[in-house]
Design a protein around this ligand. Structure first.
Ligand code: SD4
Length: 341
C-alpha cells in the first residue's frame, strides 16, 4: 500500500534526485552548486544563520529570506523592527518588501505596532491581488491575518536616542554609517555596547539548491524621519529587485537617492547587460554620485547583488559598508569597496 510514510520517503528521494540532477546541470553551466545567502551590515551574520537553516535543508530561497530577516526584526538591540529609532513624533513606523523567483512581490510601508513586517509583506504577495499596503490599511490587513498588535513602546536605546534628538529636533537627511556621531550629528547610527554600528535596515538575497533567487528588505527607515516618510526599502525596483534569469539586488543607505535611480532594478539591468554584480553595483553608485555632485560626500548608499551563477558583489559611496556571506563552506563579513576611500 502506498502509505503516507512511503509517500514522504518517495518525495524526499524525488527532491534529492531533482537537486542532484539540477546541481549537475548547473555545474555544467557554471552555476553555483551550493546555495548562497548574503545580507547587509553586521546584523546579517545572525540573520544568515536562520536563512542557512532553510537553504541547507533544501528549502526555498523565499522562505530563507523571510526567516533570515525575521531574526533582525526580532532583535530589540538592533534598529530594525519595533526596537528601532522612531520618527520625529516618537513613533516607530516600519517598511518591508519581499520578492520571489517568479516576479511575485509584496510590500508594506508606514506600518505600526506589528513585529514582523516582512511576513505581512509576504502575505500581501500571497493573499491579495496587490503589491503594496500602507499605514492603517496594512495594519488592518495584518490583524485580519492573525498578527498581533504590539504596544507602541520605544526600546531603551531608542528612548535614549530620541531624547537626545529632541534636544535639537533638527531634521536633516540621515547619514548612514558615518563613524562618528559627535562629529556628524544624531543621524549617524549609534554604536552598540557590543562595539558594532547600529543600522536600521537589513536586506537579504538568497539562491537556493533549485537555482532560484529571492530577496527581502525590512527597515524602520531613517531615524527621526518626518512622519509618513517612506524610503526605498519597501519599494520593489528601488530597495529590492529579483529577476530569476539574471540576478537580484538590494539597497541600503539614504533611500531618497536609491529611489531616484530606481537602484536595485537598475543594478539587475546592468547585470543583464553582462556586468558582474560588483561592477553593476559600482555603476549605480557612480550614477548616484554624479547626480548628487558635492552632496555625495554627505550621504551613504550601498548596493549588494548576486547573479544567477551565485557570484556576489557590492559597492558603496563611502567606506564602512559590509555584508554577510554564507555558503556551504564560507561564513563571513565582507567589507565592500567604495567610491570615496
Ligand atoms: C531608508 N534605505 O529608509 C533605508 C535606510 C537604511 O540602513 O538603509 N538604513 O532610506
Amino acid at each position: 500500500m502506498y502509505n503516507r510514510r512511503k509517500f514522504i520517503q518517495t518525495s524526499a528521494l524525488g527532491i534529492s534526485a531533482a537537486i542532484a540532477t539540477g546541481n549537475k546541470a548547473r555545474a555544467q553551466e557554471g552555476l553555483s552548486k551550493s546555495p548562497v545567502v548574503i545580507s547587509t551590515w553586521d546584523a546579517g551574520l545572525e540573520a544568515n544563520k536562520a536563512a542557512w537553516a532553510v537553504l541547507s535543508a533544501n528549502g526555498r530561497a523565499l522562505d530563507a529570506v523571510e526567516r533570515g530577516v525575521m531574526v533582525t526584526e526580532d532583535s530589540l538591540s538592533c534598529c530594525v523592527g519595533l526596537g528601532a529609532n522612531p520618527d520625529r513624533d516618537g513613533l516607530v513606523t516600519l517598511d518591508a518588501c519581499i520578492m520571489d523567483e517568479a516576479f511575485n512581490c509584496g510590500a508594506v510601508a508606514f506600518l505600526e505596532r506589528i513585529k514582523h513586517p516582512i511576513s505581512v509583506a509576504r502575505r500581501v504577495m500571497e493573499k491579495t491581488p496587490h503589491v503594496m499596503l500602507v499605514g492603517e490599511g496594512a495594519q488592518q490587513f495584518a490583524l485580519a491575518e492573525g498578527f498581533s498588535l504590539e504596544p507602541q513602546q520605544l526600546s531603551e536605546s531608542a528612548q535614549r536616542s530620541y531624547r537626545e534628538w529632541l534636544q535639537k529636533s533638527n531634521y536633516r537627511s540621515p547619514r548612514i554609517n558615518v563613524e562618528n556621531q559627535k562629529e556628524h550629528g544624531p543621524f549617524a547610527p549609534a554604536k552598540l555596547s557590543s562595539g558594532e554600528w547600529n543600522h536600521d535596515t537589513i536586506g537579504m538575497l538568497a539562491l537556493d539548491a533549485f537555482g532560484n533567487l529571492s530577496g527581502s528588505c525590512t527597515t524602520s527607515g531613517a531615524g527621526f524621519k518626518m512622519r509618513g516618510r517612506i524610503g526605498d526599502s519597501p519599494i520593489i525596483g528601488a530597495g529590492l529587485y529579483v529577476d530569476n534569469e539574471v540576478g537580484a539586488c538590494v539597497a541600503t543607505g539614504q533611500g531618497e537617492d536609491v529611489i531616484r535611480v530606481a537602484g536595485s532594478s537598475a543594478v539587475v539591468e546592468a547585470m543583464r547587460s553582462g556586468k558582474s554584480p560588483e561592477a553593476a553595483c559600482r555603476q549605480l553608485i557612480e550614477r548616484v554620485v554624479r547626480i548628487k555632485k558635492e552632496k555625495a560626500k554627505d550621504i551613504q548608499v550601498a548596493f549588494l547583488a548576486i547573479d544567477k551563477k551565485g557570484a556576489v558583489g557590492s559597492f558603496s559611496i563611502h567606506p564602512g559598508f559590509s555584508y554577510a556571506l554564507r555558503t556551504a563552506d564560507q561564513e563571513k563579513l565582507v567589507v565592500a569597496k567604495s567610491y570615496f576611500k
